[in-house]
Structures are given as C-alpha cells and as structure tokens.
Design a protein. Structure first.
Length: 225
C-alpha cells in the first residue's frame, strides 16, 4: 500500500533494470497476500481485463506491505477509474490504450491534485492522514500504454508529455491493431522498436512485458515469435 514516506517505484523504474512483477487478474485478495510473500519488485492489479471489484481491490492493496509498490491497470482513461485506483492505495496507475499526447495529459491530470491536475480529494486511505498523503502525492507514478498503430505514430509526443513517468508497450493489442496477430512477426518487432526509440529520444523509460523462459518456449512451440 502506498506510503509517501517509503515510495520506491519511481526509483526502481529510473534504475533501468528489469523488474520482476506479478500481474494479477483473478480478483482475489488472498492471492495477492500469497504473492506478496515472494517479494516481487512490484504487483500489478489488472482492472481492465481482470475480475476485481472495488471492495476486493481495497482489501488486496491493504495486504501488501509498503515496500512492495502496487500498480493498478485502470479499466479506462477516466478521472473516476484513475482516482478509484489511487484512493485504494496504489502507488501508481497503468493507463491503457493511450493514442495521443492529449490522452496522455488527460491521464496525468486525473492522477494529480489541483493545481497540477483534477483528481478529487477523498478515499478512505488517503483521508487517514490527508496532509501527509497530499504532500507525498507527487511520488505517484503514471504509466501510459501504447498499444495501437495510432499510438505508435504518436509515441514521441506521448512519451514527452509532462508527468508521464513511463511508457509501456501493450504487445497483444498492438499486434491486433497492426494486423500481425497471432504471429507477431517482423512488423510487430519494428513497431515495438519504434516506440522504444521514441522514448529514448525524450529520455522517458519504456517497458515491455517479458514472459518467463518457460512461457517463451511454449509460445515458440505454438508458432509465436
């Protein structure tokens, strides 16, 4: 659970090293508790494609010690969805399907309190010590996902958006968008490289999901590249 005095996620991202992240969709706080014992570099709770309800989300984040950052992939790029994730105690959000710098600015604004954004003050956890929470809220991380052909075309402008801490490439939806699914052949690799290059140009960290060696071998045996 986010503790402004112990926030570490931005430093971990800026280190440039790979992060061992548990990405969870089943909607079970009990699973989160078990996963936290393995001490991952971060935990991602997936509201976009997962089975999470709001009360279970609050319970799950509360079970994670503050030294393990919790990110929430929001259901959508709206102030309600982003604010709900942060009010639950997340240290950051991953905002899906960002295709323009305007949409990136919208995500950043939803994650920040006035005068830098439009986030509403409230939530059971922030209000526990709202003064300290607001003082440390600048440590909250905003990650936007580029996962469409339009997003790739606008990657540099998205990555350069003030307040965007990281760009994450959504490889699955990207393959659907550019017509390479399921093989993810050369054109898919080129699109991912274009996003990475755009991020490097403006000094914004860029991430991509890398499965375990066992999963990678299985995908290759099934014809994926």
């Amino acid at each position: 659970m986010f503790d402004p005095a112990r926030a570490t996620l931005r430093n971990r991202i800026d280190s440039g090293r790979c992060l061992g992240v548990a990405w969870l969709a089943m909607g079970s706080a009990a699973i989160i508790e078990v996963v936290a014992r393995s001490r991952p570099d971060a935990i991602v709770i997936d509201l976009q494609h997962g089975l999470w309800e709001r009360r279970e989300l609050e319970a799950a984040i509360g079970l994670v010690p503050p030294e393990i950052p919790v990110l929430v992939r929001t259901a959508e790029n709206t102030p309600f969805s982003i604010g709900m994730a942060l009010d639950a105690g997340a240290e950051g959000v991953i905002v899906p399907l960002v295709e323009t710098a305007k949409q990136a600015r919208k995500a950043v604004a939803a994650a920040k309190y006035p005068p830098h954004g439009i986030r509403s003050g409230g939530g059971v956890r922030p209000l526990g010590d709202f003064v300290s929470y607001v003082d440390g809220a600048d440590k909250i991380v905003v990650i936007v996902m580029i996962e469409t052909a339009k997003g790739v075309a606008n990657a540099e402008a998205i990555a350069a958006t003030e307040g965007v801490d990281m760009v994450f490439i959504g490889t699955g939806d990207l393959s659907l968008s550019i017509g390479t699914f399921p093989a993810m052949h050369h054109d898919h690799s080129v699109a991912c490289a274009d996003v990475h290059r755009a991020c490097k140009k403006v000094w914004t960290p860029c991430g991509i999901f890398t499965p375990s060696l066992e999963v990678a071998k299985m995908r290759r045996s099934q014809g994926y590249r």
